[in-house]
Design a protein around this ligand. Structure first.
Ligand SMILES: NC(=O)C1=CN([C@@H]2O[C@H](COP(=O)(O)OP(=O)(O)OC[C@H]3O[C@@H](n4cnc5c(N)ncnc54)[C@H](O)[C@@H]3O)[C@@H](O)[C@H]2O)C=CC1
Ligand SMILES: O=C([O-])CC(=O)C(=O)O
Length: 332
């Protein structure tokens, strides 16, 4: 029997990530090739005409899985009945700006959209915040939507995770699909800590640690980390626009693994509400290694953290605490 359609909200759908993301969702990349979807697309009035153009293209693409499209500038209409909310709408970083610069523009958006989701989304709606500052926007959304369970609010660090996999695969000349279990700890910002200490590569001789195969700790503890941390800025420099197709693809990976589960023995990175695991302060949205099953994520426990890593976990937590304080000061 055909499955009932799932309603997926994309905010900022007329923007560049939105334009890359909605066809992926309509093709089944996010929820699977047998899962019909109804797309809810929200943008602001100045983008209404462009949003309508995206809707026209979705009709023209004749996607078999796409059972309906709601394109609106009304946040209540957009949020009504949605099962999944991908929050891309916001003010993006421009060349030369730090993510902090875009904070005040975005926290007020996330405060008001939190209330709309809380009142109108389907029960158990899963929320993914993509818009920067992603962790702190997600935290604001959580604080102003107290009836949405904290387990259902997350932010995107899967792009950073995928970037780390990509760097390792390029360096070793192996397929990216053979590399797994990198970790992004902390903030989706330049303080994030891309950690390869638990990462492995599938080789004909079995799984081998990335550190052993790379055999260059100076690179792994130096250039590799800064390349992943700075990749967003490098893309902005090259394209004069921030990452879009890779961000859209990562958003699909994030939701797909959350809903359908991670493969046995594989973990991924998600920005989630800290419960104090790994001595990360509770009450921050922080990127952790997680496994997913039955529609729920779980932080991977018991990984050894060496002294080098500890400092990096703490530094990015510190930045998130500062961002949290700054966000609250913007709300006043
Ligand atoms: N977490 C991550 O890995 C990544 C996050 N980003 C962030 O994603 C966000 C979107 O990036 P782009 O699509 O490139 O930006 P964009 O500027 O092309 O699109 C943003 C869209 O949001 C809309 N918008 C603005 N305020 C809104 C509101 N209150 N409600 C609904 N829609 C609203 C705009 O009209 C625009 O159409 C930015 O904040 C960017 O920094 C970008 C790449 C990766
Ligand atoms: O760097 C930015 O502002 C866009 C972004 O989040 C990324 O590409 O990781």
């Amino acid at each position: 029997m055909a499955k009932d359609p799932v309603r997926v909200l994309v905010t900022g759908a007329a923007g560049q990530i939105g334009y890359a993301l909605v066809p992926m969702i309509a093709r089944g990349v996010m929820l699977g090739p047998d899962q019909p979807v109804i797309l809810h697309m929200l943008d602001i009035p100045p983008a209404a005409e462009s949003l309508n153009g995206v809707k026209m293209e979705l009709v023209d693409a004749a996607f078999p899985l796409l059972k309906g499209v709601v394109a609106t500038t009304d946040v209540v209409e957009a949020c009504t009945g949605v099962n999944i909310a991908v929050m891309v709408g916001g003010f993006p970083r421009k060349e030369g700006m730090e993510r902090k610069d875009v904070m005040s523009k975005n926290v007020s958006i996330y405060k008001s959209q939190a209330s709309a989701l809380e009142k109108h989304a389907a029960a158990n709606c899963k929320v993914l915040v993509v818009a920067n500052p992603a962790n702190t926007n997600a935290l604001i959304l959580k604080e102003f939507a107290p009836s949405i369970h904290e387990k259902n609010i997350s932010c995107l660090t899967r792009l950073d995770h995928n970037r780390a996999l990509g760097q390792i695969s390029e360096r070793l000349g192996v397929q990216v699909s053979d590399v797994k279990n990198v970790i992004i700890w902390g903030n989706h910002s330049s303080t994030q800590y891309p950690d390869v200490n638990h990462a492995t590569v599938a080789t004909p001789a079995g799984e081998k640690p990335v550190r052993e195969l790379v055999a260059d700790d100076a690179w792994l503890n130096g250039e590799f980390i800064t390349t992943v941390q700075q990749r967003g800025a490098a893309i902005i420099k090259a394209r004069k626009l921030s990452s879009a197709l890779s961000a859209a693809s990562a958003a699909c990976d994030h939701i797909r693994d959350w809903v359908l589960g991670t493969p046995q023995g594989t973990f991924v990175s998600m920005g989630v509400y800290s419960d104090g695991s790994y001595n990360v302060p509770a009450g921050l949205i922080y990127s952790f290694p997680v496994t997913c099953g039955n529609g729920e994520w779980k932080i991977v426990q018991g990984l050894a953290i060496d002294e080098f890593s500890r400092k990096k976990l703490d530094a990015t937590a510190e930045e998130l605490s500062e961002e949290k304080a700054l966000a609250y000061s913007c709300l006043n």
